[in-house]
Design a protein around this ligand. Structure first.
Ligand code: NAG
Ligand code: NAG
Length: 165
């Protein structure tokens, strides 16, 4: 972020996985934000999430599935990441992007699963698995969490390594 980030108080960047662990409950009263945020690659419209269950927490603004690199598919596969292509218009960032391809543990038989893992991990997997089903090689997306605020602010996305030899 550095000095360029004037106007940003703080931004948490989580991986898609982090989102999934909490998403289902705290995101349930999310509303589309009225604000459009300018980034280096295009405009974003996120969600405003009230922290209803936490009386001392203020609402947050969430931008889900923001691309941070060109999808590593076809000729980009196994290559250094490249900056995302700018997009036209407003990108509504209200859904997480796909996760990278991975083999999911089979927990359909919970008794059998508990022979291999503690109960805490099983519960964690049960919450997570619905979000891990949407898999794609096109998986380089961020979820960005920031305090909801009236004033416009800019999100500076880091430029990923863009040079290819
Ligand atoms: C999977 O992700 C893609 C890209 O974000 C999205 O268009 C699609 O709706 C998602 N599918 C499911 C089942 O969530
Ligand atoms: C589930 O796993 C347990 C322990 O391995 C086994 O005894 C049981 O038969 C399995 N149940 C089903 C429905 O497959």
């Amino acid at each position: 972020m550095g000095t360029k980030s004037r106007g940003i108080f703080w931004i948490f960047i989580f991986s898609n996985l982090m989102l999934s662990t909490k998403c289902s409950s705290f995101m349930k009263n999310a509303k589309i934000s009225t604000r459009i945020v300018q980034t280096r690659y295009g405009r974003l419209q996120g969600l405003v999430v009230p922290m209803d269950q936490h009386r001392y927490l203020k609402p947050i603004e969430v931008f889900l599935g923001v691309p941070y690199a060109t999808p590593p598919v076809q000729s980009n596969r196994f290559s250094p990441t490249r900056t995302p292509s700018p997009w036209d218009g407003v990108r509504v960032s209200d859904k997480p992007g796909p996760v990278c391809p991975q083999k999911l543990p089979d927990i359909t038989n919970e008794t059998a699963a508990l022979e291999k893992m503690p109960k805490g991990r099983l519960e964690y997997l049960k919450r997570l698995l619905p979000y891990l089903k949407n898999q794609s090689e096109d998986c380089l997306y961020l979820n960005i969490y920031a305090p909801a605020q009236g004033k416009p602010f800019r999100i500076f996305l880091y430029r990923s390594q863009s040079r290819r030899s």
